[in-house]
Write a protein that binds this ligand. Sequence first.
Ligand SMILES: [Zn+2]
Length: 669
Amino acid sequence: MAAALVVLAMSCTTTLAQPTGAGGMHHDLRVVLDPATRELQAEDAITLAGDASVGLELSTQFAIEQFTIDAVPVASKPELLADGRARWTLETEGPGSHRIVLRYHGPLAPLPDTDHRGTLQGLPPMADVRGSFLPGDTGWYPQVRGRTFTYRLVLELPAGQRGLAPGRLVSETDNAQGYRAVFDFPFPAESIDLLAGPYEVQERWLARKGGAAIRLRTWFHPEIRDLAPGYLDALGHYIDFYSDWIGAYPFSEFSVVSSPLQTGFGMPTLTYLGIDVLRLPFIRSTSLGHEVLHNWWGNGVYVDYETGNWSEGLTTFMADYTYKEEESAQAALDLRLSWLRDLAAIPPGQDYPLREFTARTHGTSQIVGYHKAAFVFLMLRDRLGTDTFTRGLRDFWREQRFQRAGWTDLQHAFEQASGQRLDTFFEQWLTRKGVPQVRIDRADVERTGGSLRIGVTLTQTEPAYALRVPLVLDSADARQTQLVDLVGTRGEFVLDSASLPTAVALDPSLRLARRLEARELPPILRQVMLDPSTVMVVATSDGSFRTSAQQLAGKLLDAAPRVMGADQPMPGTPLLVVGARSEVDAFLRKHGLPPRPPELDERGSAQVWASTQPDGTALLVISAGDAQALQAMQRSLPHYGRQSWLVFDGAKVIDRGVWPAQALSWPLQ
Ligand SMILES: [Zn+2]
């Protein structure tokens, strides 16, 4: 289903370097790949210093032609590992540098079926004229466990093919004899990814103040060559944007590389995205910037996985969330609401503290590791102020560049920048499961002399968080926000007000990571789409309309719905109502359901809206002019589950939105 693709494309899988010890190791690799026959020939010379015992691993799919250590053939038998690798334990003795040479060849796997949904993880090294991908952790070159290294890689491909590895392009020749390129990676690396395909390369140089220009490239399949200029423009924008914000881009190039698979990978100096993903119009304005930013967070400062992965949350905050803030205050609010909605919906047994997040493996890990973490950075910026927050980020970058860093290093940087202790802040958000639930317990007005004082009592669930809670006083002519510090499970506060407010509202702009109450969550389409107990009513007797409505429901709902007659009593379950305009309106009236929202009225060829039945269960209404209008929306409607309402004109969505959240407020008049 294309929706899954969209989700995958929106949240990257980043192959992060993970330095685990002293450097001093270097790979000098020469790789000859023939994608047509899938044959790989390679020679690797590994240099390492001093006495060492190293575990060297290579996939058993390769035949070894030569294997020496300091020119002496290696005679020992390898241990065979369960993942299809052979492992040799080698000893180097004596001072100075030692040299391990391995020459080998063998066939790579064919590409998997591109419709296969499991292509994101666990791919073997693969070759095909449409595209070859040798992931770094698959034993396609001799890997030494637990050691980082630098490398130089010479790649040779037949004519018509081009390829690359992360790093600086040192030299390149491309003619009728074939393609040859040399890449140099001078920073600590943990693995080497290799990509090749029938690429057309487009290149642009990005000037930078006080440094050498950065080489920007697209390596695209010919069928998407027209997309290249737009991607190069966007790359230049992102590299400038983050260089100004954080500090200079740390590498000499960045490439966007197309893949025949529906993948989304980020690596140092490049991102590898499926052809169909690159065609999606929003990738340039969302995922691409996220991947570029990983060259600072993740591939510039490495993640100390033993103490948790901070890089996805910081990247999500500074990319995905920041783009929404640039778009509009409403777009940013909508994203916060959608994150809080997901946080409120984590099933009890599946939640875990942010500190335990290391990588995205399922839905909950994305909600905690990306969205909750991004919210923590938002709250930190609110607390410290934008300038101090930015100073902390810049210091963190300057001090930790190409080193492994953890949450405590980030905390330290923000403490240095702000002069504040942040133990409590980081401790509560990193080590606890879930988020607090905060309520107004009581509010009243006190008049003393000529002044007004508003007394507000707040409560929160155990364990109590230290929270800076925005309270908003609404009066006829003004809206005034006051911040109060709630540290225990109960707090009493007195607010001054110049005029008599109509109500006091708790955090109506959703700036705290807190558990929202049901009434704070406006209805969206997905509630009916996902619920297996949804019942469908087709409010018409027209046969072709009924057929189209059932086809649409088949595409829209996760489970086949029970179909109910329009005259039967309400079932007390989530309800999907489909019909022509007058029939829908009559049905809603007859059963005492909320009427058609005035905003949608008669716009477009069809209107869709989510609402709530009087008993609190979800309602989704699809009102269409005719059967054709229903058919036209089949493809796109399932992608809009996070919206509250949509207006269609044929197959096209011409307007959409989320109903405003109902704030928790206490009336004062
Ligand atoms: Zn990411």
